[in-house]
Design a protein. Structure first.
Length: 259
């Protein structure tokens, strides 16, 4: 594996700033239990479950992901995920694929789900700024994120308003409808493939009728290490991915998936 990687700076996108301002949240106005029913986007065959309890400002999150892309540049595929909000509070559909290439890009989906409000990383900072940190991304095709943290006011407001949406990024080239479309220049950074920066799973945060949060991730793989030598990534407020030094790279389907 070529370890001579560099970080690519991406200009801040307007979609990352969508409706981030608003009235201050009351401390307990979003108390309760929540779940997400994920939709698959742009050929994704992966799945995920999400449960969240909020008590005052404290959020306890259990995210279990399975079946997404396994590798990226010969390393575990880094999948970042965020709570977006401040927009329509819905997930995009293929009708939002404005250029008809078979992939709903990040910018094509932004009008539906809005900008980053909380980063659902494996540890550490959960602010929108942490969306840049690939070391906190889920690693590989199956992983778990189980943690408790203080939720910011903007996200509590979005949950209360019904506009909070969880988005998991990073398509699998093996299941993409078109290898050509997957490897087209990203709408966020032309030296990256479009598929690597696009949303894979999306779901609206809704109040749960269940009384208790599920524990563990028995059928979705084990929690992954947060160590990654590929650098940093951000989506929705600007996306940064480590790319091969010297220019655009291509992600190829393996022979088995081409059969």
């Amino acid at each position: 594996m070529n370890k001579n990687l560099r970080l690519l700076a991406v200009p801040t996108l307007a979609l990352g700033m969508v409706a981030m301002a608003g009235a201050p949240a009351m401390a307990d106005h979003a108390n309760g239990s929540y779940t997400v029913d994920f939709q698959q986007l742009s050929g994704t065959t992966g799945t995920a479950t999400f449960a969240m309890d909020i008590d005052d400002k404290t959020a306890t999150v259990n995210l279990q992901v399975s079946g997404l892309g396994e590798t990226f540049m010969d390393a575990p595929y880094p999948h970042v995920q965020h709570v977006h909000g401040g927009a329509q509070g819905v997930c995009p559909t293929m009708a939002d694929d404005a250029d008809g290439d078979g992939i709903v890009s990040t910018t094509e989906g932004a009008a539906s789900y809005g900008g980053i409000q909380t980063t659902l990383g494996t540890s550490g900072d959960t602010s929108p700024a942490a969306g840049l940190n690939l070391e906190l991304a889920g690693q590989g095709g199956s992983y778990s994120i189980e943690r408790t943290f203080e939720m910011n006011a903007e996200t509590l407001d979005a949950i209360e308003a019904g506009t909070a949406v969880v988005v998991i990024h990073g398509l699998d080239p093996a299941t993409s409808s078109s290898e050509e479309a997957f490897n087209a220049p990203s709408d966020l950074e032309p030296s990256l493939p479009l598929g690597a920066t696009s949303p894979a799973l999306c779901g609206v945060v809704t109040a749960s009728q269940m009384g208790a949060m599920p524990e563990g991730g028995a059928d979705t793989g084990v929690a992954q290490s947060t160590t990654n030598n590929m650098g940093m990534i951000a989506l929705g407020g600007g996306l940064v991915l480590a790319a091969a030094a010297g220019g655009t790279f291509m992600v190829r389907r393996n022979a088995a998936n081409n059969a």
